[in-house]
Design a protein around this ligand. Structure first.
Ligand code: MSP
Length: 511
């Protein structure tokens, strides 16, 4: 059974922003981690290309929607390459493959008698691509997310019988691991408790969408189409594309990681659509928080959008990954502050982890002919061996529970404690007396070994820094050997060469 993880399928109305980078980096870290555990992983990402929002953006730019989508999709692809995102499937909802999956799925839902023609009246936010429930002063009300006026709609649409699934949805959302984190579950429980209403799944005023088979002038509502992208993605690169093939290739996903604003679609509408079509439900829908910048919502009008390209060229991948993963607890809102960013990178990566590596490898090189000490008896119950074992266990538990911030802190704590161990043992004093050499060898080996474990634990989170630590310790991580086995104490070869020290992380300056 593969481990299947998805990012949202990003709208191509604009290029990627910090929010899209955030979700994708977190998914990437989880995917890398699961692969290290020896799991087959299918990491899905992609773009959501249809709907009025995209149609209008293309019009404003004076290009046809497909050309516009191709342009932005290329930017997304380049971006994920630059950030070294290890996705397995990239789905485009404007692809033929996807169109055929949507049609097949629609046929199944129709067969369950869950589709009927009705009249949709209401206030619509094009930015959200969503009807808003009876807002006060509707004609002047602005959507709090997009700061745009709502538009009145009164048209014939196809409807999906969501109300039929009230009981089932109530049961599903009450399951402890279906909606994460817990705080988000209550929002959805309250929403569902008000009573589910059928929702419209077609549009007559949107030409840029998948045509509804057999009904002229109707295209599918962008969300009905987009959610199915997760299914279509599974057929990519398969010889034959069909709904059945997709489902057999890995459905259901273990986790849909999304932002809190689109939780309702994933935790209510989507499960109902899947039940209607007779398919299994995703195991977890995880709604993460929103990122702000220096305490303010990011937006084009505020002129404070953080361009991921600029971030990347200024700082590189790993520092940004560390900040986003370690400083923000997945599920909570997070703030990107330049000063905080500089402090965290300097304290955690440069002063704590970088310095630990530097001082220990220097001591070892100085006292033991540029090598790791030899003739050291490996004892797994020594102070650091025990500490690292405890750290590995905690880290694994945290990672499995998608608490990546805590897993990162576990690594950092091991580095802090290893530094303290060194300060406490003071090998630079012990070495002055020849009779202490066996003890000094043991201390230095322990510290080098603990540092190696720190490097290995960083592998899914900060792949580049992890490789640099390995290289500085003369350690070669073996892909063919289980990562967990290499996390055992005593793997570092005694008497192996230590290369010339080079700084593994540059200290940052305040802007
Ligand atoms: N196309 C839909 C998703 C369809 S999934 C089948 C969509 N796209 S989006 O591009 O508007 O948003 C993509 C993701 O970015 C969402 O999960 C949204 O929550 C997230 N974010 C948008 N702004 C954000 C922040 N400022 N911070 C963190 N994430 C944010 O919705």
């Amino acid at each position: 059974m593969s481990f299947v993880i998805t990012t949202p399928l990003y709208y191509v109305n604009d290029k990627p922003h910090l929010g899209s980078i955030y979700t994708t980096i977190v998914c990437d870290a989880i995917a890398r981690y699961k692969r290290l555990l020896g799991k087959e992983v299918i990491f899905i990402t992609g773009v959501d290309e249809h709907g009025l929002k995209i149609q209008r953006t293309a019009n404003e730019k004076g290009v046809d929607p497909q050309t516009h989508c191709n342009n932005i999709t290329n930017i997304f692809n380049d971006n994920w390459k630059d950030w070294d995102i290890t996705y397995d499937k990239f789905i485009r909802t404007s692809s033929n493959l996807h169109e055929s999956i949507v049609s097949e799925f629609y046929a199944r839902v129709k067969k369950s008698d869950d589709i009927y023609m009705g009249v949709q009246k209401g206030w619509y936010c094009v930015g959200c691509e969503e009807f808003k429930d009876n807002p006060e002063n509707s004609s002047t009300y602005k959507c709090p997310i997009h700061q745009k006026n709502l538009e009145w709609r009164n048209e014939e649409n196809l409807f999906f019988r969501l109300s039929k699934y009230q009981k089932q949805i109530e049961e599903i959302i009450n399951k402890p691991t279906f909606i994460e984190p817990k705080e988000r579950r209550n929002e959805i429980i309250n929403f569902v408790a008000k009573g589910l209403k059928d929702f419209s799944i077609s549009r007559t005023n949107v030409s840029w969408g998948i045509p509804v088979p057999g009904i002229d002038n109707h295209t599918f509502y962008v969300w009905f189409d987009a959610l199915l992208g997760y299914v279509s993605a599974l057929s990519l690169n398969e010889k034959e594309n069909s709904l059945k093939k997709s489902i057999n290739a890995g459905w259901p996903p273990d986790i849909h990681l999304i932002g809190k604003d689109i939780l309702r679609f994933h935790a209510v509408y989507w499960p109902a659509m899947l039940i209607s079509a007779g398919f299994e439900l995703p195991k977890t829908v995880f709604g993460h928080g929103f990122l702000t910048r220096e305490g303010q919502k990011m937006g084009k009008s505020l002129g404070n959008v953080l361009d991921p390209k600029v971030l990347l060229s200024k700082y590189g991948r790993d520092p940004v990954r560390w900040y986003l993963i370690k400083d923000i607890s997945l599920g909570n809102d997070g703030d990107f502050q330049n000063k905080r960013f500089v402090d965290i990178i300097n304290n955690d990566l440069a002063n704590t982890i970088g310095n630990l590596l530097n001082r220990t490898s220097s001591m070892s090189r100085k006292w033991f002919k540029n090598k790791v000490p030899k003739d050291v008896k490996i004892t797994r119950n020594s102070e650091l061996a025990y500490l690292s074992k405890v750290t590995v266990d905690k880290y694994i538990n945290n990672f499995n529970a998608y608490k990546l911030d805590l897993a990162s802190r576990d690594i950092l704590n091991l580095a802090i404690k290893t530094n303290l161990y060194l300060n406490d043992k003071q090998p630079w004093i012990l070495i002055k007396n020849e009779s202490n050499i066996p003890l000094v060898k043991e201390i230095i080996y322990n510290v080098l070994e603990s540092t190696r474990i720190i490097g290995l634990l960083l592998l899914p989170l900060l792949p580049e820094l992890s490789a640099k630590i390995d290289a500085q310790l003369g350690f070669i991580y073996k892909k063919e050997v289980l990562w967990k086995n290499q996390l055992e104490w005593g793997v570092l070869n005694q008497d192996s060469e230590l290369p010339n020290p080079i700084p593994i992380i540059n200290k940052l300056e305040y802007e």
